[in-house]
Each structure stands twice: as structure tokens, then as C-alpha cells.
Design a protein around this ligand. Structure first.
Ligand code: ZN
Length: 247
């Protein structure tokens, strides 16, 4: 990877193909060098195989998330809400051999890149949600890298902590840009396929690895197409409806 590289970080695609296609088109238009995916490629949405194939082709690094692991039967489905469990069972029955093999080969963290990549958190890459500054500070302390990216919560946000361990953080709206040249950072791109921060557009994060600048992006996509596919698959209507509200 060149020193001037820019990376796109994406996460929580959840079988939403129109959203993933829209994000990758914007990433290409922006001339970004590399795409890193933080996991949860499937679950909730109606096009799991297509999403896994596209992510496998487009992403230099792809992590596995808790929803992927439940679908692979490597985590207990009893931890899921009723609709999440229904969607996971449906995805199990739909998932082809290629997608299954690809997901089975992935890990929930990758610390071989210029920033640390984790599905949930640096301490517990599968399960932990990083949603408070105090917890983020502990996570930043536990990282070998100065900057890390996490998904899992479906909320675009960032946390930072300075040398004294003082931590702060806030949600990152579309277009938010921060300098990350100093201090410890945990960045969440938000979710491609099921945003939960009130903005229905697909979320992703651009990182300038030379200038150490992070910019949160949103991509418009055909929500109707993703919602229609969910209804046609016979999945709960609530999973289609929430896409319109970004909740
Ligand atoms: Zn997720």
C-alpha cells in the first residue's frame, strides 16, 4: 500500500446488496486505494450470497461478525432477538457453499494493517459494543495500534483518549471530519446495510493514512429495493420498515 493511501472502512452490511453496491460505487468514484470490512456481512437482509461475493471481491481485509458466526452455527442463536434469530435461520437455509466457506475462513480482528480492525472491540472482537468514552479508553489502552476501527453497534461515531487517559467521543454525522494524527482513537464507520443512527443512508468511513484524517460518508441507495427483497423473502416486515428510518 502506498504511503499516501486512503482506506475506506465499511461494516455491518447485513445482506443489503443495494446499499453495498452504492457504497462501493462511491468508494471507486473517490479513488480510494483499499477497502476494509469489519464484518456482519449477513443477517437481517435478503441478499446474503450476493453481499458475501461482492465483499470478497472488493475488500482487501474482511472480518467475521457475530451475525455471520451465528449463521455459520459457531455462536448460539439464543443470544439473538426474535427477528434477528428468524433472519439468521433464514440466512442459514439460503447461504451457499462458496459464501459459507469464505465466511468460515475469516477472523473477527486484523492487526496487520496501519490501523487495528475489529468487529466489536479490541478486547472482545466478537461481542463487546463500544458506546461509552470510559469503555473506549480501556479499549484504546488495550490496542497495540494508536488508531482502531470497530463496527457492531451500527452507529457512526468516534472516541479518543489522551496521554492522561481522559476520554471523549461523539456520534459522527455525514461529512464529519477529524484529525487523528495524535492520541488514541477508536472510529466506527456506522452500518452499510442497517444504519441505526437515524440517517437511512448507507454509512462508511474514509481514512487518509498519510494525513491522518478521518471523514464519515453516507451513500444514497435504493432502500425500496432492499425492503422489497426482505418482504419477498418472507422475512419480518419490521426488518424492511426500519431501513427507511435508519433505526
Ligand atoms: Zn451488525
Amino acid at each position: 500500500m502506498p504511503d499516501s493511501a486512503r482506506a475506506a472502512v465499511i461494516s455491518d452490511i447485513h445482506g443489503n446488496l443495494p446499499a453495498l453496491e452504492a457504497v462501493l460505487a462511491d468508494v471507486r468514484r473517490a479513488g480510494i486505494d483499499v477497502v476494509w470490512c469489519l464484518g456482519d456481512l449477513v443477517g437481517y437482509g435478503a441478499q446474503p450470497n450476493e453481499c458475501v461475493a461482492l465483499a470478497a471481491e472488493a475488500c482487501a481485509v474482511c472480518l467475521v461478525g457475530n451475525h455471520d458466526l451465528v449463521v455459520l452455527d459457531r455462536l448460539d442463536i439464543a443470544t439473538f432477538s426474535p427477528n434477528a434469530a428468524l433472519a439468521a435461520r433464514w440466512t442459514r437455509s439460503e447461504l451457499g457453499a462458496d459464501a459459507r466457506a469464505f465466511l468460515n475462513g475469516l477472523s473477527a480482528s486484523n492487526t496487520d494493517q496501519p490501523i487495528g480492525l475489529f468487529h466489536g472491540s479490541p478486547r472482545d472482537p466478537v461481542w463487546e459494543y463500544v458506546l461509552s468514552p470510559g469503555l473506549a479508553a480501556e479499549c484504546i489502552d488495550s490496542m497495540d495500534s494508536r488508531v482502531g476501527a470497530v463496527g457492531h453497534s451500527h452507529v457512526a461515531l468516534y472516541f479518543t483518549s489522551d496521554a492522561s487517559g481522559e476520554a471523549s467521543g461523539e456520534p459522527a454525522a455525514s461529512g464529519a471530519q477529524i484529525e487523528i494524527a495524535d492520541g488514541g482513537w477508536l472510529l466506527n464507520p456506522g452500518s452499510v446495510g442497517q444504519p441505526r443512527d437515524g440517517d437511512a443512508r448507507a454509512a462508511w468511513l474514509e481514512i487518509d493514512l498519510a494525513g491522518w484524517r478521518a471523514t464519515w460518508r453516507r451513500s444514497e441507495y435504493a432502500v425500496d429495493e432492499a425492503a422489497e427483497a426482505i418482504r419477498e423473502a418472507g422475512l419480518p416486515a419490521a426488518l424492511a420498515d426500519r431501513l427507511y428510518y435508519g433505526q
